[in-house]
Design a protein around this ligand. Structure first.
Ligand code: NAP
Length: 340
């Protein structure tokens, strides 16, 4: 016996990827409902070799469904997640709506699987921001060995992190550069993204940081350890899929770069590709479609007492969203619901 699973936002970037990953990982699905807004009613989406037709979330009855993987943005989540949770269906949510609620677990299964049992507080589990998810997978095993004091991270985030409209904007603007008769002004992004980089993701906060940067700070604390200080600069780059991060980590204890490399090689969810030769590292185009978070360029930072630098790349639609959500579903199944 398997699970009755709902995927909400099945027509979106993350929703489609959740369907792919549920199929790839052979998640024990007995029945699958795919939902979107009324706009997309009847749209066909793929699940393995099957084609499913989307239903309108507004008229869907969540009663009797085991779990619902949501990727519909915060506004719609605010309306539909409480309905699903009240009907006894556990929501695994990709939006930022519930991540900072102390009663709702925010989970990266490689880091804090024990938090799964807090699902019962509200029948809702939150999935972290894409840039946080890939970073904490690398931080956690290093923190367990040498206690992280401070992290300085600069991100290079792909346009798919802004949904399917973000990908269209990069594509259309890139074509328009070569065919200047069509003008594609910035819409999803604040400035032209084609052949450019933009040091703003999400809105500005009072202290001059952006909300994306703030998310990396508070989510790392909630998932790994509240004592870790994080400062982030988040940048949008003209890459379709795959977020990259340059991460500088300061530890309480000395950690040799070779030991750090060995720890990361053994860590769940991580693939170390770190040859000190031209091309001996991973770039985002190589990580698209992969499950792993790739770590390269591991080296000592001798400008601080106990410092390590590394380069971290992952498919933001996978580890940053859909894969992590499916891993949470697997954890929920294994530890709590115990079917399948
Ligand atoms: N992309 C990433 O890397 C990433 C990473 C982490 C988290 N997330 C989060 O995941 C969520 C989805 O992101 P995305 O990138 O997949 O966006 P997207 O490609 O724009 O897709 C949005 C999906 O939400 C559905 N939707 C929108 N408004 C709705 C409503 N009122 N009722 C029901 N369904 C509605 C859309 O359905 P229609 O086709 O009917 O419009 C579509 O299926 C967001 O909360 C985002 O913050 C994204």
């Amino acid at each position: 016996m398997g699970y009755r699973v709902v995927v909400a936002g099945a027509t979106g970037n993350v929703g489609r990827e959740m369907l792919n990953i549920l199929a790839e990982r052979q998640f024990p699905v007995d029945e699958l409902a795919v939902l979107a807004s009324r706009r997309s009613l009847g749209t066909e989406v793929s699940f393995g070799d099957k084609t499913l037709t989307t239903q309108d979330i507004d008229t869907f009855d969540f009663t009797g469904w085991d779990m619902a993987l949501f990727a519909i943005g915060s506004d719609a989540t605010k309306v539909y997640a409480p309905k699903a949770a009240a009907a006894g269906c556990v929501v695994i949510d990709n939006s930022s709506l519930y991540r900072y609620d102390p009663e709702i677990p925010l989970i990266v299964p490689e880091c804090n699987p024990q938090a799964i049992h807090d699902y019962k507080n509200k029948n809702i589990i939150a999935n972290p921001n894409c840039s946080t998810a890939q970073m904490v997978v690398a931080l956690k095993p290093l923190h367990d060995r040498a206690r992280i004091k401070r992290v300085v991270v600069s991100t290079y985030q792909s346009v798919s992190g802004a949904g399917k409209d973000g990908m269209d904007e990069l594509w259309d603007q890139t074509k328009a550069v070569y065919n200047p008769t069509t003008d594609v002004p910035p819409n999803k992004f604040q400035k032209q993204i084609a052949f450019n980089v933009i040091p703003q993701i999400d809105v500005f906060m009072e202290d001059g940081s952006t909300k994306e940067e703030w998310k990396m700070v508070v989510e790392t604390k909630k998932i790994v350890d509240p004592s870790i200080k994080v400062t982030a600069t988040c940048v949008r780059v003209p890459v379709f899929v795959g977020h990259s991060e340059a991460v500088n980590i300061e530890f309480e204890e000395f950690l040799d770069e070779d030991e750090a490399r060995d720890i990361l090689r053994e860590a769940p969810g991580i693939m170390v590709i770190d040859k000190r030769e031209p091309g001996g590292y991973v770039s985002p185009i190589e990580c698209a479609g992969d499950f792993a978070t790739f770590i390269s360029r591991i080296r000592q930072d001798s400008t601080v007492e106990n410092g390590i630098n590394l380069w971290c790349v992952s498919d933001n639609l996978r580890k940053g969203a859909a894969l992590n959500a499916v891993q949470i579903a697997e954890l929920l199944g294994r530890e709590v619901l115990k079917k399948g």
